[in-house]
Design a protein around this ligand. Structure first.
Ligand code: 5GP
Length: 201
């Protein structure tokens, strides 16, 4: 397929607990648009219900650094001051070339790298909760430790200062409404206009 017909690349960022994963899961379960979520990689340990290769690729630090050195990552960042997270190029390029839009659920540092590496066909969306007080409650429901919650709330404040770097701001007051709005945004970017390939970071 010619590079003019690369399908859109959607970057969905926003603080932990804003509901990014819930909304993307709902979108993928209900949409008729050709779209898939990239499985990204992390060095953090899996949570009890998480499966390697489904929720994330769970890599050791050494494995992650080898992939970075090999130029196999579209973007990568240390998130919440602790673990590596990143997107393998193999999760993005082949699908976009085949006409399937790819959605990345990543942090603001990663979003910044993707914006620079492949600006064409990029749809960037920042998802935020209606009230920041909701975040701590949502993280507590997940059973996170107080230390983890503290780190994530600090990241949320830092991340939210960068909303202006995104093309769209989406407020998650209601999952159904936010999901439909995200679908409308993505749908408006079909047929794709992307023309550039992505470089590794
Ligand atoms: P969690 O540990 O709760 O699954 O994710 C923590 C944060 O890491 C989330 O805000 C998520 O968006 C971000 N994240 C997940 N995968 C990636 C990735 O591949 N790259 C970057 N930069 N951030 C990621």
């Amino acid at each position: 397929m010619s590079s003019e017909r690369l399908a859109p690349l959607i970057v969905l960022a926003g603080p932990s607990g804003a509901g990014k994963t819930t909304i993307v899961d709902r979108l993928l379960a209900t949409t008729t648009l050709p779209i898939r979520r990239a499985i990204t990689a992390t060095t953090r340990p899996p949570r009890p219900a998480e499966i390697d290769g489904v929720d994330y690729y769970f890599w050791t630090r050494g494995e992650f650094e080898d992939r970075i050195a090999a130029g196999a990552m579209l973007e990568h960042a240390i998130v919440h001051g602790r673990d590596y997270y990143g997107t393998p190029l193999s999760e993005v390029r082949p699908a976009r070339e085949a006409g399937t839009a790819v959605i990345l659920v990543i942090d603001v540092q990663g979003a910044d790298q993707v914006r620079k590496a492949c600006p064409d066909g990029l749809v960037s969306v920042f998802l935020r909760p209606p009230e920041f007080d909701d975040l701590a409650a949502r993280l507590r429901c997940r059973g996170e430790s107080e230390e983890t919650i503290r780190r994530r709330l600090e990241s949320a404040v830092r991340e939210s200062a960068r909303i202006g770097e995104f093309q769209y701001e989406l407020v998650n007051a209601d999952v159904g409404t936010a999901t439909r709005e995200l679908e409308r945004i993505i749908g408006s970017r079909f047929p794709p206009t992307g023309s550039a390939s992505c470089s590794s970071n």
